[in-house]
Design a protein around this ligand. Structure first.
Ligand code: ATP
Length: 322
């Protein structure tokens, strides 16, 4: 449904995004995640054709955004971060106006406005002035506008920003419902949101791809590489033995546990793809140092994100665990 190939965008000396490549499959909810200024809005604007990339190509449903902009616009609905609504119009008037801009006329226009009002859950406020609506309802009016013409791809820029918790829950439910008929790409800086909503996630940092994959695969790729063990034995010697196991990159000792001395807990950082659990067990047993606990440490998406965006140099675009 969407292909982004080697896309970069510069504003004078500022590189907003660099060398982005990713695809979004039909029917997916795809999340763009990143801290402020990471390039999320720029990426979405490039996809909508709002502005051209400096280099690279973007295709929506097989149509090139640069050479077939009309075909793309017919297949794409866009909810900007701050949708340009007219406070002095009623919801129905505004959507009628937006539908006329999309080329709809008369009966078709009236039917389509009624349909999107139902779909976005604003039919009950059709006659109200937009200026008098709550932020949550205004956001839904923006969404209704994006749904006009039943586009295949919905591009939603921070769809829940500024909403209260009840409105956020409603907006998320709505997005999930919409995904039955539309492919959705959305941006967010809220990790639990992306975790709950999206099948696949791309993490942007300083305009580059830091990682992409399913929320679970991102956590596994980073967090699956840590092992936590508690061993009863002389600390320095146990640490040295653990560090010498093949596949172990680093060992960090956590505090010993009161009442369990001389037991201590160690965090082992493993090389990718290594599983040292059996060797570790036998090596400790051979020395007569009992293994009291062992568990793999799974990182949450939040920890993965922090680890990725606080690294000095963002990981290169090849950080794709898929
Ligand atoms: P936020 O969540 O704060 O909106 P973002 O991830 O959406 O952040 P962008 O708005 O895409 O980030 O901005 C990425 C970088 O590009 C920033 O350094 C920003 O200052 C710069 N930038 C974006 N638009 C323009 C523009 N029109 N002119 C100059 N610089 C821009």
């Amino acid at each position: 449904m969407l292909t982004v190939e080697g896309v970069s965008k510069r504003f004078g000396p500022t590189v907003a995004v660099q060398d982005l490549s990713f695809t979004v499959e039909q029917g997916e909810i795809f999340g763009l995640l990143g801290p402020n200024g990471a390039g999320k809005t720029t990426t979405l604007r490039l996809i909508t054709g709002y502005m051209p990339p400096t280099t690279g190509r973007i295709k929506v449903a097989g149509f090139d955004v640069a050479t077939a902009p009309l075909a793309v616009k017919q297949r794409l609905g866009y909810l900007p971060e701050n949708p340009p609504l007219y406070p002095e119009l009623t919801v129905r008037e505004y959507l009628g106006f937006a539908a006329s801009l999309k080329g709809l006329r008369r009966q078709g226009l009236v039917r389509e406005v009624a349909r999107v009002m139902e779909e976005a859950g604003v039919a009950d406020v059709a006659g109200r002035l937009i200026g008098n609506l709550s932020r949550g309802y205004r956001q839904r009016v923006g969404l209704a506008q994006a749904l006009l013409g039943s586009p295949e791809l919905l591009v939603l820029d921070e769809p829940t920003v500024g909403l209260d918790p009840v409105q956020i829950a409603e907006m998320r439910r709505l997005i999930k419902e919409l995904a039955a008929q539309h492919t959705v790409i959305l941006s967010s800086h809220i990790l639990p949101e992306v975790n709950q909503l999206c099948q696949r996630v791309l993490i942007l940092n300083q305009g580059r791809i830091a990682a992409q994959g399913t929320p679970a695969s991102l956590a596994a790729a980073t967090g699956g590489r840590q092992l936590e063990v508690t061993v009863k034995g002389p600390v320095a010697e146990v640490a040295a033995l653990l560090a010498a196991l093949p596949g172990v990159r680093a060992v960090r000792q956590a505090d010993g546990r009161p009442g369990q001395e001389p037991a201590a807990t160690y965090f082992l950082e493993l090389l990718p793809g290594e599983d040292v659990r059996e060797e570790l067990f036998f090596a400790l047993a051979a020395r007569g140092w009992p293994l009291l606990e062992m568990r793999r440490h799974q990182l949450s998406l939040e920890e993965v994100f922090l680890q990725l965006v606080t690294e000095e140099e963002p990981a290169n675009g090849g950080g794709n665990p898929n």
